[in-house]
Design a protein around this ligand. Structure first.
Ligand code: AMP
Length: 278
């Protein structure tokens, strides 16, 4: 496995890659866990060369504390990537990624950017779009792999390649969970042991919502979720049953459309998100 830190080094490497080799790209912010490993494994099955980036992107954080406390575990990350057969780790510095300053592009993703994460984390998806476009232009991968854990981000990236007319196939990968159902996340390591136990509720509620969805009104489901969170130590930021194309919350279900339920909640100051297909 090679560790490259500059665009020049990466270009030199890419020049040597045979033209028919398919490049798979897995962007991450480090503090890697089995969820990230699953993306590497899917990338390996679908590509000849797997490039993983580790870059904590300052311009996608709306909250300074979240950025400053974001876990960094580089040594463990590199061991894990090596063990799972990643070919290249690209670890650029902030000035390498943003030589003209840390400024986001302004994107119109057709409204998807204004729902849920977009509504609660101002500027988040402009920051995500900017960094992903920059990586795609530097690496020019054939495939890029994103987790359904960040389902809205996955939809945004699919729109991004449409807007930028890039011929990169975006592949969504299933959510990896701990044994008790908690969605794996780099932020989980910041949970106190009491909050770690409490956090499992997010997935339990989503599972219940999935069952209720077949025979209960959307209104009743919203009431159920609100009540469950009121009884818990977690603070619900949003719950939404959304059409997967628009990500707009719905009041009623239409035949032939597909839906997902989404939750963002705080466990103390740790913000957790999860979602489930309905
Ligand atoms: P992050 O390092 O949190 O920016 O995540 C990098 C990539 O890993 C994104 O595409 C995430 O959606 C994905 N990812 C994070 N957690 C999980 C998980 N539990 N299961 C599957 N993919 C995940």
């Amino acid at each position: 496995m090679e560790i490259l830190k500059s665009i020049t080094e990466l270009n030199l490497y890419l020049q040597k890659v045979e033209s028919q080799s398919k490049i798979g790209f897995v962007p991450t912010m480090g503090a890697l866990h089995k969820g990230h490993v699953s993306l590497i494994e899917i990338a390996k099955r679908n590509s000849d060369i797997v490039i993983c980036s580790i870059f904590v992107n300052p311009i996608q954080f709306d909250n300074e504390n979240d950025f400053e406390t974001y876990p960094l575990t580089i040594k463990d990350d590199l061991n894990l990537l090596n063990r799972f057969g990643c070919d290249i780790v690209f670890m650029p510095s902030v000035p390498e990624m943003y030589p003209n300053g840390e400024v986001s592009n302004n994107y119109d993703f057709g409204g998807v950017e204004n729902e849920m994460e977009g509504a609660f984390r101002k500027g988040h998806f402009n920051g995500v779009g900017t960094v992903v476009a920059r990586f795609f232009n530097i690496i020019r991968p054939d495939f890029a792999f994103f987790g359904e854990k960040d389902f809205q981000q996955l939809q945004i990236v699919k729109k991004l390649v449409e807007i930028e007319k890039m011929s990169i196939k975006i592949i969504g990968c299933p959510i990896c969970r701990e044994n008790d159902g908690l969605a794996m996340s780099s932020r989980n390591r910041r949970l106190s042991s009491a909050m770690r136990q409490e956090a499992v509720l997010i997935n339990q509620i989503l599972n219940e919502v999935q069952k209720m969805f077949k025979n209960t009104t959307v209104d009743m489901i919203y009431k159920y979720v609100t009540t469950e969170f009121e009884k818990s130590a977690l603070k619900l930021e949003y719950f939404s049953i959304s059409n997967i194309k628009t990500l707009k919350p719905v009041d009623f279900i239409e035949e032939g459309e597909e839906y997902r339920a989404f939750i963002a909640a705080f466990a103390d100051d740790v913000r957790l998100i999860d979602n489930i297909i309905l």
